[in-house]
Ligand binder design. Structure first.
Ligand code: B12
Ligand code: SF4
Ligand code: SF4
Length: 303
């Protein structure tokens, strides 16, 4: 199956992915995930609970799966809205799910040619993407809980392909966090502990995922600052992110000028139609105008 691996790797690089590695599908994930859910760290993300068995056992997603191909796709390294309500770097441009899924479909076709059956995902299925990316040698799981790479740090999306093909696998690399704890120190709410992120305290959870009825605790609100959507503090602090990445950035992931310029207060008072006009193709759309307005209100009441 060396030829299949070479073919998919070549195609992935042509399609703009910046890295690829392969993990064995039966790699032991330990009980970190179960412990995380059982101790309530997933807050009200009940989907994390519902698909726990599948996350722990990829055979439930694709019977006969032998290998998991993990891929990285770069996203912008700067925040275009520094002055007017910040947005997480990953969400600056068009929705990555669509961009990456189309590329994964091409890779699926390549693998089918070699007789494989596949399931593809990019933050769209119950698969522990960071675990398999680290097992595939793409980087290590840092104290910020993210996949950190020697080249490019953590500013990348992860995507993967479960396949029934038995591909040559990669070895994990060493953890290079050493004695550094900058991410833990930089986290405004103390959400990071022992390399794990407690969503109940995480600003990314509160500004992106929290359900309609959830009320932001005072401690979280006080720490919000200018964050309108998502949080990058534990990535900004990481020394591995100050190194440039080799991968090129897809222009569709850059923020359109009109979104970069509009003030948070103007977004909050916009009607639904105008709002759609700003965020029609953005991942922010999934979170919705109501949630974004709530974030902006909380931002202003905490300052
Ligand atoms: C739920 C979720 C969140 C939640 C919870 C965060 C969290 N840390 O889990 C919230 C909404 C808070 C969130 C926030 C963010 N997220 Co998020 N999120 C996810 C999601 C959907 C699942 C993650 C998960 O399973 N969490 C549960 C915990 C327990 O799992 P885990 O930390 O990965 O641990 C596993 C392994 O690491 C392993 N493990 C860890 N330590 C050890 C030790 C040993 C010995 C062993 C054996 C195993 C092991 O075991 C665990 C189970 O497999 C993934 C996509 C996916 N399907 O994987 C994206 C994902 C992790 N998120 C991503 C991003 C970009 C973010 C944000 C940066 C967004 C932002 N800027 O606002 C923040 C960062 C917050 C942070 N520091 O983690 C990217 C990360 C890319 C990268 N380079 O790592 C992902 C991979 C999405 C993607 N496809 O690109 N996220
Ligand atoms: S995303 Fe922000 S709040 Fe969440 S763990 Fe990182 S620094 Fe802390
Ligand atoms: S800031 Fe330091 S401890 Fe945190 S992930 Fe980066 S290198 Fe590791």
């Amino acid at each position: 199956m060396k030829a299949a691996r070479q073919a998919v790797e070549y195609a992935a690089m042509q399609l703009g992915f910046s890295g690829m590695g392969v993990a064995p599908a039966d790699a032991d994930q330990g009980n970190c995930l179960r412990h995380w859910v059982e101790t309530g760290c997933h807050a009200d993300m009940s989907w994390m609970e519902r698909h726990l068995s599948a996350r722990e056992n990829p055979q439930l997603l694709l019977p006969g799966v032998k290998s998991i191909i993990m891929l990285t796709y770069e996203y912008p390294r700067s925040d275009a809205r520094r002055e007017s309500g910040t947005m997480a770097r990953y969400a600056q441009g068009e929705d990555y799910h669509k961009i990456i899924s189309a590329k994964l479909a091409d890779l699926d076709e390549t693998l089918s040619f070699y007789g494989g059956e596949q399931r593809c995902f990019t933050d769209s299925g119950p698969v522990s993407e960071r675990f398999f990316a680290a097992r595939a040698g793409l980087g290590w799981i840092g104290r910020n809980g993210l996949l950190v790479r020697l080249q490019g740090g953590s500013y990348c999306f992860l995507a993967g392909i479960l396949t029934t093909l038995d591909l040559p696998t990669d070895e994990p690399i060493a953890n290079h966090c050493g004695k550094c704890r900058r991410c833990e120190e930089a986290c405004p709410t103390g959400a990071l502990r022992d390399g794990s992120c407690d969503a109940r305290l995480c600003l990314a959870y509160w500004t992106i995922e929290a359900g309609e009825g959830a009320r932001m605790p005072a401690k979280v609100k006080e720490a919000l600052g200018e964050r309108m959507y998502g949080c990058d503090a534990c990535q900004e602090a990481c020394p591995w992110n100050s190194r440039e990445s080799k991968g090129r950035i897809d222009a569709r992931l850059l923020m359109p000028a009109k979104v970069a310029r509009v003030q948070a207060k103007d977004l909050a008072s916009m009607g639904d139609e105008e709002w759609q006009n700003y965020f029609a193709h953005s991942p922010v759309r999934r979170t919705g105008a109501v949630h974004l307005r709530k974030n902006i209100e909380a931002m202003h009441s905490s300052m």
